[in-house]
Design a protein around this ligand. Structure first.
Ligand code: KG4
Ligand code: ZN
Length: 350
């Protein structure tokens, strides 16, 4: 089965054509073609993503990217041999989401094929199924960490989710980006903080101070990262930002943020008694987080740890196509049951 996937929830216009086969025990995905245009450079000058600007850019990029993907996969431009269009319906910026939805409905009608609405966070969860060797064993706990979300999710079964905890203020990726800005680094700062922290670790030094671990022992699965960012701000007051200051602060911040994520995730695994841990979203590319996750795996023999390939950690269309296929495997009548597709900025997994 071929699925054309479209993702426009934020500042990335992404289109992918996937060949999907197999069943829920062994789903298989082949990327026939994959294209992405990032709007980061354009939004940078406004200090954040401007929704109406993102919408306009998506509208401009989509026809170009779809044509590129079809050509690359040697498909006809008028009547390609495709079974479904899968499009992100939320969560995200509503004007940006609408651009993808309106465009998908248009091509769906033109080609006479159904359009499936996809939850972006479900997309991050199933991004880990690409190239998976073993079976996905449910129930599972998912830690979803990106620029817009920090969530712990109890996955009871395919399509059955309970968000058991989430951030009360900033998302962890957002905190990485804000701390990076305080250190004079450009957006997106996550990967830059990670590199600096790794340099500090490699030097064998330990930070001369510790930053707080907000809510680490709270009696729930919620997070809070804005206070951590504020502590960085206070510590940097009247300091000259040298390379040494950058490295030590990046290290202290990363140690604190990751320790909170790891502690709460371990607690959730234990309390829910599950053997599968999925970690996805932009921050799941973080090397230190991955090494700390490996430690959880070593401590818990039999734990299945699923992480996306590096190229699928940040927003992409491949994960939207994968999710479309998984949802179809679970409910082959999905297309018949889908009546109208609307953008839902706050769409939740629960
Ligand atoms: O999932 P994503 O592409 O977009 C959202 O849906 O938000 O995540 C982007 C976020 C940014 O905040 C970025 O700084 C962060 O992921 N990020 C990282 C790393 N790579 C990306 N944060 C920490 N370490 C990294 N290596
Ligand atoms: Zn995302």
């Amino acid at each position: 089965m071929k699925i054309l996937a479209i993702e426009t929830s934020c500042d990335e216009t992404a289109v992918a054509l996937l060949e999907c086969s197999g069943n829920l025990d062994a789903p298989q995905f082949k990327i026939l073609s994959n294209a992405l245009v990032s709007q980061i450079e354009m939004h940078k000058e406004f200090g954040g993503v401007v929704p109406m600007l993102a919408k306009r850019e998506h509208e401009k990029n989509l026809p170009v990217l779809v044509e590129k993907v079809l050509k690359e996969a040697r498909e006809s431009l008028d009547k390609p041999d495709i079974d479904y269009v899968a499009v992100t319906a939320g969560p995200g910026l509503e004007p940006a989401l609408w651009a993808g939805i309106v465009f998908s409905k248009e091509i769906g009608e033109r080609w006479g094929i159904p359009v499936l609405p996809i939850n972006h966070m479900e997309g991050h969860i199933y991004s880990t199924l690409f190239g998976i060797k073993e079976r996905l064993i449910l129930p599972a706990i998912a830690l979803l960490v990106s620029g817009g979300h920090t969530e712990l999710v109890h996955i009871k079964n395919y399509g059955e989710y309970e968000v058991i905890g989430q951030t009360r203020d900033d998302a962890v990726g957002e905190a990485f980006d804000k701390v990076a800005r305080l250190l004079g680094l450009e957006y997106p700062g996550g990967p830059k903080i990670s590199k600096l922290a790794d340099l500090h670790r490699a030097s064998g030094l330990t930070p001369t101070f510790e930053l707080p671990r907000p809510m680490i022992h709270s009696n729930d699965y919620d997070f809070s990262f804005s206070g951590l960012k504020t502590s960085v701000l206070y510590r940097l007051k009247d300091q000259t930002i040298t390379k040494e200051v950058q490295e030590e602060m990046a290290r202290a911040f990363e140690d604190a943020a990751i320790e909170v994520l790891i502690t709460k995730t371990e607690k959730a695994l234990e309390e829910y008694g599950v053997n599968t841990l999925i970690v996805a979203g932009g921050v799941s590319a973080n090397k230190y987080l991955r090494s700390e996750l490996e430690k959880i795996k070593t401590k818990n023999t039999g734990l299945n740890l699923l992480l996306p390939e590096n190229s699928l950690t940040t927003d992409n269309a491949v994960m939207i196509g994968i999710t479309g296929f998984i949802n179809l495997l679970k409910n082959p009548n999905l297309a018949l049951e889908t009546h109208s597709i609307e953008a839902r900025g706050n769409l939740s997994l629960s």
